[in-house]
Design a protein around this ligand. Structure first.
Ligand code: ZN
Ligand code: ZN
Length: 345
């Protein structure tokens, strides 16, 4: 089969590799779609190397269809449509024992260590099934939408820690796919004012369609002034950094009210340093939270929100590529022109 193999920083090759078979207790999926993620770009640029094996098939936002059921596998049949949680937590480490499997220190991740979804087929080991990360989805839901359950699950996990309340004002820095998912999730949770900041006019337009009540071009408008103007000089209740630019973290601290919350959602470059005024946190009693990966329950919730239509992920898929053009797809995704790029065989 054809697969996009990671050959070390800067190297991605479309190669012919042996087609896997369904292992005992596992499955073989035909990949229906794999959406490209900012993390894939960070891996390719060498900005993210921890836990990534050279020689692995990239791609961790995966949707597929069961084409072979392994011996002894229970609960799945040929033709089942599947949304895959890319992380297989170990279930034993200090974090798993504390119920924080998203921080598992010994997890196996599709597209990092286990072969990922930028291929024609993907092998699902028994461990992924027994840990509950292989979800069935109605066949009416498009594959590219199902693949976006992965980023949505991460956004849902983060929303549990930043805790949005009905009637709140939220600022989202960045209208990439992640910012656009946060905008929808906070609206669904009852936020009444959602301000999305992004220099791209086309992305701001999508943000307005997907739940932003206000959008700001930060190169033309002072975001802080804008937020203060909308909140009687108080500031927002919550700010979410949805683009991995360290300077945005300092900006987020400056737009929330006292006792407000800031969520550092995006992954920042390895040596990215943000200069902040710590007194904003000290005197303002601001709560800062992070976000890393998602749990199986987050993923189950994401699949339900997508299948029910409560969250619109289809509008995020602006470009589709075939696997033969996978290198071009990744380069295009790096250009920042589209929102979400889907690759299918
Ligand atoms: Zn991702
Ligand atoms: Zn673990």
């Amino acid at each position: 089969m054809r697969a996009a193999v990671f050959g070390g920083p800067g190297v991605l090759e479309l190669k012919e590799i042996p087609t896997p078979t369904a292992p005992d207790g596992g499955l073989l999926l035909r990949v229906g779609a794999n959406t490209v993620c900012g993390t894939d770009l960070r891996i390719l640029r060498g900005e993210k190397s921890a836990g990534i094996d050279v020689g692995v098939v990239l791609g961790h936002e995966i949707a597929g269809e069961v084409v072979e059921v392994g011996a002894g596998t229970v609960g799945y049949a040929e033709g089942d449509r599947i949304g895959l949680l890319p992380t297989v937590p170990c279930g034993r480490c200090a974090y798993c024992r504390r119920g924080r499997e998203n921080l598992c220190s010994d997890s196996e991740i599709f597209g990092y260590r286990l072969n990922g979804g930028l291929a024609e087929y993907i092998e699902i080991p028994a461990s992924a099934i027994s840990r509950g990360g292989v979800g069935k989805v109605p066949s009416s839901v498009p594959f590219s939408s199902i693949a976006l359950a992965e980023p949505l699950s991460c956004v849902l996990g983060a929303s549990d820690s930043y805790g949005v309340n009905a009637g709140e004002t939220v600022v989202i820095l960045g209208a990439g796919p992640i910012g656009l998912l946060h905008a929808q999730v906070v609206r669904l949770a009852g936020a009444t004012t959602v301000i999305v900041s992004d220099p791209s006019a086309s992305r701001r337009e999508v943000a307005e369609k997907l739940g932003a009540t206000h959008t700001v071009d930060p190169t033309a408008t002072d975001l802080r002034e804008f937020v203060l103007g909308l909140t009687d000089g108080l500031g927002a209740d919550l700010a979410i950094v949805a683009i991995g630019m360290p300077a945005l973290f300092a900006q987020a601290l400056g737009v929330v009210r006292k006792r407000g919350r800031v969520n550092a959602f995006a992954g920042f470059p390895k040596d990215g340093i943000a200069e902040i005024d710590p007194n904003l946190i000290h005197y303002g009693e601001i709560t800062v939270t992070g976000a890393s990966n998602s749990t199986r329950v987050d993923h189950e919730r994401a699949l339900k929100l997508i299948a029910s239509g409560a969250i619109d992920v289809a509008s995020l898929v602006t470009h589709e590529f075939t696997l033969d053009d996978v290198v071009e797809a990744i380069e295009f995704s790096a250009s920042g022109e589209g929102i979400k790029i889907s690759v299918s065989a």
